[in-house]
Design a protein around this ligand. Structure first.
Ligand code: MG
Length: 162
């Protein structure tokens, strides 16, 4: 049984460790850094949170279902490919993305100079106007593992409409 409400919201959350010898990719933008996020894909924690928010809003399973980290053929995959697929999955069910909002939690480097570029990249990936994509960043005030710079996390919400 399904209701007829023409709006749905979804929540996404992700965490990746920071390690030496990896690129740092956030919101599809490569950022100069001594350390990068570890993962089976390019480990773009921000794009992963957005992806899960989109899927979740439609009641679909998380990105691990569509892109399992046991699949060697997708090792190092560009997370913009993942994000695009998620938008396609919800579009196939008759949903359009109303807006997205995300919060990145990272102690360093400073993200603000890259926010506009990230929005442009995500807007291109999703075929959405940049002004429906909110990207914000905060530190963890040096508290806990994220605060010690051992990793980054991201949270996101998505509104879908019929
Ligand atoms: Mg992830």
């Amino acid at each position: 049984m399904s209701n007829k409400i023409p709006f749905r919201v979804g929540l996404g959350y992700d965490v990746h460790r920071l390690v030496a010898g990896r690129r740092l990719v956030l919101g599809g933008v490569e950022i100069p850094s001594e350390v990068g996020l570890e993962g089976h894909s390019d480990a773009d924690v921000l794009s992963h949170a957005l992806s899960d928010a989109i899927l979740g809003a439609a009641g679909l399973p998380d990105i691990g279902h569509y892109f399992p980290n046991t699949d060697a053929s997708i090792e190092g995959i560009d997370s913009q490919v993942i994000l695009k697929r998620c938008a396609e999955e919800v579009a196939a069910l008759g949903w359009a993305i109303g807006n997205l909002d995300a919060m990145l939690v990272a102690e360093a480097p400073k993200i603000s100079p890259y926010l506009d570029e990230m929005k442009q990249c995500l807007s291109q990936t999703l075929g959405l106007p940049a002004d429906v994509i909110g990207i914000k960043a905060t530190t963890h005030e040096r508290l806990g593992d994220i605060g010690r710079g051992l990793g980054m996390s991201a949270q996101a919400v998505c509104l879908l409409y019929r």
